[in-house]
Design a protein around this ligand. Structure first.
Ligand SMILES: [Zn+2]
Length: 238
């Protein structure tokens, strides 16, 4: 079984990666895991280092796709996304708020998933893993079930005869909240392993030395550990 996982270095995609890897261990002999990360000029560049560490840990091949030029073009073209436009401040507050629209990068998941699908077809992979989760649906339309379903069909249609017969998009968190992701990862891998795993993830959109503790993704991260009833292993600046 060959699989391609899109891993940003955040909690959702890293937890998805380990879940996918555990599934693959059933067919270990002929399995190959590819990890794909994207550098689109995001402020929170640190997460890419975590993606690299996890890929190494699992003996996966890590591909970092350079989309730096695209971030600049988006900003020039008028994107008000604070993640690529340095004139726009990263909003504080809760993730599920209108202000968080300032973190939407135009067509981001479509572009990234599409590139990863190309790698999947090239590698003959039957699985393309994405870390999208239910908490993303409100703000990010390209994380919603409808989009993921259409995307899978589009890849199969556009690569008929080339993609693996059983190609499918693996989205274990599609209907799960971030709290569920924490809870289920602790349950599957045990407290120590899960704790170490999440320590090696990055959420903060501001990309400082420590997690800021106040931006939307930091707020969401804090809540996920709290609501899952486990100690938050993260060191926050505030
Ligand atoms: Zn933050």
């Amino acid at each position: 079984m060959t699989a391609v996982a899109v891993v940003s270095g955040g909690m959702d995609s890293v937890a998805m990666l380990y879940r996918l890897n555990a599934k693959m261990s059933d067919h270990r002999d002929d399995s190959k895991l590819h990890v794909v990360s994207f550098d689109y000029g995001q402020r929170h560049y640190k997460e890419l280092n975590f993606a690299e560490n996890h890929a190494q840990e699992l003996g996966a091949e890590h591909h970092v796709i350079d989309l730096m030029g695209l971030g600049t073009i988006f900003a020039k073209a008028g994107s008000q996304s604070s993640l690529v436009n340095t004139d726009v401040a990263v909003p504080d507050g809760h993730y599920a708020e209108e202000s968080m629209k300032a973190t939407v990068v135009p067509n981001r998941n479509m572009i990234m998933a599409s590139i990863a699908a190309g790698i999947a077809v090239a590698a003959g992979a039957s699985v393309l893993g994405l870390g999208v989760h239910a908490g993303d649906h409100f703000i990010y339309p390209d994380c919603r079930p409808e989009f993921i379903g259409l995307f899978e069909r589009t890849v199969k249609s556009g690569n008929e005869g080339f993609a693996a017969e059983d190609f499918h998009v693996y989205v274990p968190w599609m209907h799960k909240s971030k709290t569920d992701i924490v809870r289920e990862t602790y349950k599957q891998f045990g407290d120590t392993f899960a704790r170490d795993l999440f320590t090696e993830t990055w959420s903060c959109y501001k990309g400082g030395v420590l997690h800021c503790g106040t931006c939307g993704t930091c707020t969401e991260r804090k809540e996920a550990f709290k609501d899952a009833g486990v100690d938050d292993p993260t060191e926050y600046a505030a």
